[in-house]
Each structure stands twice: as C-alpha cells, then as structure tokens.
Design a protein around this ligand. Sequence first.
Ligand SMILES: Cc1cc2nc3c(=O)[nH]c(=O)nc-3n(C[C@H](O)[C@H](O)[C@H](O)COP(=O)(O)OP(=O)(O)OC[C@H]3O[C@@H](n4cnc5c(N)ncnc54)[C@H](O)[C@@H]3O)c2cc1C
Length: 413
Amino acid sequence: MRRIAIIGAGQAGLQLALGLQGAHYDVTLRAERTAQQVREGRVTSTQLMFGPALALERAAGLNLWDERAPVMGGLEMCHGDPAEAGRPVRFTATYDAEVRSVDQRLKLSAWLELFASRGGRVEYGSVAAEDAPAVVDRHDLTIVAAGRGALASLFGRDAARSVYDRPQRTLAAFYADGVMARGDEADGYLRVSGATRAGDAIALQALTVQGPCAILLLEAKPGGPYDCWADRPGSREGLRRAVELLREYAPWEYERFARAEPTDGGAALYGAITPVVRHAVGSLGGGRYVLGMADAVAVNDPLTGQGANNAARAADAYLGAILKHGERPFGERWMRATFEDYWEQARHVHAFTDLMVRQPLPDHVSRVVEAAYRHPEVAHRFANGYADPASCRDWLMDPERADAYVARFAGSR
Ligand SMILES: Cc1cc2nc3c(=O)[nH]c(=O)nc-3n(C[C@H](O)[C@H](O)[C@H](O)COP(=O)(O)OP(=O)(O)OC[C@H]3O[C@@H](n4cnc5c(N)ncnc54)[C@H](O)[C@@H]3O)c2cc1C
C-alpha cells in the first residue's frame, strides 16, 4: 500500500487526505491542532466557496452542511465615497450556481474527525522544516499543505509568476450576530461596498460553529481609513470600530451592522497577505523532495475569495494525479508535472486576483465595472466570473477584449 504523508490539515490537506483514504491509501496526516482546538479557536478566513468548488466537495461526499449553510443568491456591488460628489452607484446580479461559506473552524474540525473516525492516522503537532526529511524517508510521497505558515520556506519564490512583493491590502474580518435586514434583495447576497480611499467592505452570510451568522471583511487600502488594526483589538472592540467605519464609508451596511455583536471570542482576524507563487517542488537534499499544495505554494489576496476554492481544486487535481500514477515512484518530475497541470487552471485565478487588487484598478477593468452598473447583462457576467476566473480571459482580463465587450453595449441602456 502506498504511504502518503500530508502536512497540514486545512482545506487542501484534509480534502486530499479524505480522498486518498477513500481510495485505500496509507495516509498519515500531520495536524497542528486537534479538532476541538480548531473548533474553539480563532476564525481563519471568510471561506466563500463558489459553485465549481462546492461541486468538488459534494462529489467527494464532504458537503456536510448543505441543509444549514445559507446560500447567497447573488452579488451586490456598491461604490460610493463621502469624499466624492454624486450618488453611490449600485448593481445586483443573481448567481447561476450556489455560493456558500462554512466557517473553516466548523468544516475542518468535522473533516478531521471524519478522517480519524474512518481509521485515518493523525499525528498532532507542528512539523518543523528540519523534521521534513525524516517524514519524507518514511513515505512514498510527502505533500506540504501547511498554508501560509513557516513551511512555505521549503519552496522558493517563483519570480516569473509572482506579481507583487508586498501585501496590497490590509485585512480585518469579523463574524457577527444581530445583523439586521434592510428589506431589499441584497440582504441575502454577497455584498461588496467600495470606497476610493478606504477600500472594500465585504459582507456575507455564513454558517459558523453556533449557527448562521454574517461576516464583515474590510479589505483596506494601505494607509487609508480602513487600515487601522495595528493594535489588534479584541473582537468586540474591533467590530465596533469596523461598524463606525461603515457609518461613514458604506452607510447602507452600517444600517445592517449597527447592532451587530461578535459571534464568539475568536470572531476577529487581522492580517495582510503577500500574493506569491512558489516553485512547487522543494528539495531537501539527498534526493528527497516534497510537493507543495494550495496556499503553501500559491497565495492570492482574499479580495476575490479564491484561496479556498483553489485549495479544493488543488486537492482534487492532486488526488487524480496520485491515483493515475499507480505504483510508479513519485519522483521530482512527476511532482512538477502535477503542479503544472493544476497551475494551468490556477494561473487564471491568480491573474484575475492580481488584476482586481491592483491600485488603481486597470482602466479596462474599470470600464467593465462601470458598464456593469448600467447593464444587467454585464453585471450578471461579472458576478458569475468569480466562480471560474478562467472564464474571464476573453472579456475582462485582456484590455482589447474587455473594450470590445463593453463596446457591444454602447448606445443601449
Ligand atoms: C481574511 C481572509 C479571508 C479569506 N476569504 C476567502 C474566501 O472568501 N474564499 C476563498 O476561497 N478563500 C478565502 N481565503 C483564503 C483561504 O482561506 C485559503 O486560501 C485556504 O484556506 C487555503 O487552504 P490551505 O489548505 O492551502 O491552507 P490552510 O487552510 O491555511 O491550512 C493549512 C493548515 O496547515 C496547518 N499547518 C501550518 N503549518 C504547519 C506545520 N508546520 N505543521 C503542521 N501543520 C501546519 C495549519 O494549522 C492549517 O490547519 C481567505 C483568507 C483570509 C486570510
């Protein structure tokens, strides 16, 4: 039986571990924390998942929250800024496929318990880089799925594929109860409110450990008014501060969040992410190699909500490659080919996200977004593009094609 080690029990590591377990591989999962520690710990993401990634989870039998996790029926985008004259602009568009967010504390703790309950071997504790060779020696294949943690240092930065060398946004996320409806269709939607100097306030529906909740994610432009989290306030003070910012920069969201309370003591998350693509095969010397997966080797800014979706795609792609490889050795060449097959799709996700976080937004993207405010057809296509950024190549990402697309709507209202 092939022995496979997976370091990291996140979206990618657990999904792959469960898939390999189902195919009767001998899997050892190295998890930093127990299921209970994950469940009772701090929030880690806003983990919005779009239709294609949810379909992968469903196909793997991992869609354990379909009955309880709210489905967001569409996207609302608003742009308005107190510093700018004129009324805020707004569009709404429905999603063609389901969009949901299940708190990773709930999802990953349950998947970890599922893996263990099916007889999976879990070794707890953090794996240090110097411990990695010993792990490789005991297994036919070692996959590093340890996210943005220190083990990413096993993989060198791929300068040709990395666009940025520093964070483009500062992040603050809050899980909240007591969010009020305004009585319009967007109450149940994913809502993005942009303000030129501040950045974006993103509101969504989610399922957390205690039940349904709302999440507010502030994607701050560095140095702007939303960028005020250096003191890392507790969740109550942090949410209060965020809501005060909404009063000024997204008053329609202030109406909803004015009485919001944090869901629990771990309901706040602060940080900043440097988007990066790494060389996915790490050499440990002596002919030992590890293969990186998902955030360990390719990280996006969360503005477009793609990292967990990518992790689901990566786990699915790696599972397929491992099964297909049969009994042959998992050498360096196979590892490179496995990542490249995944990258063929993921590169579009990274290109899309790198474009959307650029400041200012590239002119051709701005023209499409402006068209979306006027034309429901453009709004619908834009909203649904997030589910599969590769589909945005032909009408959004390339300046000439974007302009040709927008030109189709010239003269119509
Ligand atoms: C604020 C915020 C909002 C986000 N919103 C979205 C969104 O809406 N949609 C979306 O798709 N993505 C979103 N993301 C990104 C998404 O959460 C990640 O891309 C995704 O979780 C990556 O999955 P992963 O399995 O690669 O890594 P992770 O989920 O980070 O899991 C890595 C695991 O490895 C473990 N680990 C780390 N180091 C070690 C070690 N040395 N030894 C053993 N274990 C280790 C960690 O404890 C963790 O369990 C967001 C991220 C942030 C920060």
